[in-house]
Design a binder for this molecule. Structure first.
Ligand code: 8OZ
Length: 371
């Protein structure tokens, strides 16, 4: 068996990457009016030494938006803004995918078209918080998500089409590909997991039915831009945004066996609780999940994420357990994270109070080793 290092180049679908380190998707709420800015181009350009940058979550429609000031990919001015971002990354020799996102029930009426209810597989609230702008002061604040309404089956093809169109828009804006956000308690995972999907039609109940929407979305996006430019992110046991499934192992093994023939560029697995502990109460065998995918003919790269230290990441790639490792918070505070990991240099600590919203501070002003 050939062994690889975290710092080795790798072929990811259609792309040759410089190393096996990915910048994980990170919501930063710095796109007023949902339009990407030149400051965002600076931020992503600073981080272009990652083998792959996965953008922050990008709503595929206004209905798919759940937080204030997150950048969309469905209006001309948004595409133009993203072109500035992708140009900045490519100017540094980097690669960038857009993370395509529909939040489903994790939203607020103030963000929805016509002030309507957020949409979900079933009318069950998420018991999560979202970030909105206070109407009077314009300041960002966290509020409870709104009660959702259950989607009509006839609305689902429109949502699938929104993902496919956003994927075409991503390519048109210079993105090298897209990652479909199937994790963290948002719409696609709300359909997957039985705590949020209590439908009695073809889209709920059995594992076959609960996996239908994400499979339809993945197929449509692959048809739109080619499977070798598409990844999928999953988080089998993360409780993020109040999500739960009673039996995640058979659910996700079925999903990955069904995905195997499609030829995706990668599968991106959040291990444990997103942004929290890697160990959670609910047991899950990630190696068995990967084996199910490989046994079914699944090729592509296996990307892992959540709380990876340098040592864990080196071991994950050297052992063959993973092909790539995605780092989130460390990339917020360390634009030159790849170089720091290579040298085993100390990492800047992140400033939590500037993660969501604001401007330059805690965004583009973290120092590199050389400056
Ligand atoms: C943190 C804050 C808002 C959104 C996710 C897109 O968890 C997010 C997100 C994270 O995937």
């Amino acid at each position: 068996m050939t062994t690889h290092s975290l710092f080795d180049s790798v072929q990811l679908g259609a792309l040759a990457l410089r190393n096996r380190i990915a910048m994980a998707p990170l919501t930063r709420n710095r796109a007023p009016g949902a339009v990407p800015t030149p400051l965002m181009a600076t931020y992503y350009g600073q981080r272009a030494s990652a083998g792959l940058i996965i953008s922050e979550g990008v709503p595929v429609s206004q209905q798919g938006q759940g937080y204030a000031d997150v950048p969309g990919l469905y209006q001309p001015e948004q595409l133009q803004g993203w072109q500035g971002v992708t140009d900045a990354v490519h100017a540094q020799g980097g690669a960038i995918f857009a993370q395509l996102w529909h939040v489903g029930r994790v939203s607020h009426t103030s963000l929805q078209p016509g002030g309507g209810a957020p949409v979900a597989p079933s009318a069950i609230a998420s018991k999560a918080k979202t970030y909105v702008l206070d109407a009077a002061s314009g300041a960002g604040c966290f509020v409870d998500t709104s009660e959702p309404r259950a989607l009509d089956a006839h609305e689902l093809p429109g949502i699938v089409a929104d993902f496919a169109q956003a994927a075409r828009n991503a390519r048109q804006s210079g993105f090298d590909g897209v990652e479909i956000h199937g994790a963290n308690g948002y719409l696609l995972e709300q359909f997957l997991k039985d705590g949020s999907n209590q439908r009695t039609d073809d889209w709920g109940g059995s594992i076959e039915n609960r996996t239908r929407l994400v499979l339809d979305v993945v197929r449509a996006v692959c048809a739109a831009i080619g499977a070798d430019r598409v990844g999928l992110r999953i988080s089998p046991v993360s409780p993020a945004n109040g999500i739960h499934d009673s039996a995640p192992q058979p659910l996700f093994e079925h999903l990955l066996r069904a995905l195997a023939p499609l030829g995706l560029a990668y599968i991106h697995v959040v291990e444990g609780s997103t942004g929290g502990p890697r160990e959670v109460e609910q047991p899950f065998d990630y190696a068995a999940l990967k084996a199910a995918y490989r046994d079914a003919g699944g090729q592509g790269r296996w990307m892992v994420n959540n709380g990876y230290t340098r040592a864990l990441a080196l071991e994950a790639v050297a052992s063959g357990y993973a092909d790539m490792v995605a780092f989130g918070r460390d990339f917020i505070a360390n634009p030159d994270l790849v170089e720091r990991l290579r040298q085993d240099a100390p990492l800047n600590p992140g400033q939590r109070n500037t993660y969501y919203g604001g401007g330059v501070q805690g965004y583009t002003d973290y120092p590199t080793l050389s400056a």
